[in-house]
Design a protein around this ligand. Sequence first.
Ligand code: Q46
Ligand code: ZN
Length: 297
Amino acid sequence: MGCNIQEMHFLNYFEDKVFKTIKKYRMMGREEVICVAASGGKDSTAALYLTKRYFQQYNYDQKNLFALLINEGITLHRDDSLRNLEEFCKSEDINLKIINVKDNFKTTIDESAEKLRSVGRKPCMVCGIWRRYLLNKHARALGATKLVTGHNLDDESQSIIMNTFKANTSLAANLGPISGVKEHELFVRRIKPLYHCTNEEVELYTKIKGWTLDYCECVYAEEGYRFQIKKMLNTFEGKYPGTKQGIIKSYLELLPLLKENLSERIQRGEIKICKECQEPANGDICNACKLAKELVG
Ligand code: Q46
Ligand code: ZN
């Protein structure tokens, strides 16, 4: 990787910002086992790479770091990114574990897309629920104490607005640089080292690094609710620069109150165990199992 002095400055600025974020929110400690949710895309690859660099810088045991990919069964999107990720993990000497949606829910996103559309559901909604579910379940089974995700400032500002528009206040408490309120035996807390990095910054970082990555959007992305929010926020940001930063800033000011509320709900025992899969649920059956039943019976 040969880069000029400006690029060198940018790489240092970016890495410094990510390391400061990890430290500021005490995202990871020496004895922890860290799982990185990887997809072969730019954000999760940057998060994976910088988590490894952080381990090296502070002499953490590299054996306590691994990557986990959930293969949703989206042929056009996943095949190249999977190959890229395998290569990347090999060159960085990082253990990679792959979990297939099909093995867990007897179908894939590709296979169920038509059926979903016919009942007015979007592939992204199901994909998001299944992916979150499998990441938590398998990261925990593999002994992880934290789960790194590649969410950047743009993703987070979209999620905040999505939850606000849909009045999902209980979900809102789980956003932020570190999810949840404290250790919980069923949940692996998610951490976001790229929390303060914009989408453009992550893209520039990965391009300077020269990694082979899939920069294309998933074929279903444009159907999702997030896509509309993303377009709207990009338009706003173009007209009123600082909009996304403003969303993050006001959300972070509210976050302690949201966490307090979440912690009361946990104490009241509102988190139950799914009767089908024994994973955490809001009711008797978790959303992941409900969707699988609907789609494959
Ligand atoms: S993979 Fe899944 Fe995304 Fe594709 S179907 Fe939607 S949620 S867009 S990040
Ligand atoms: Zn379940």
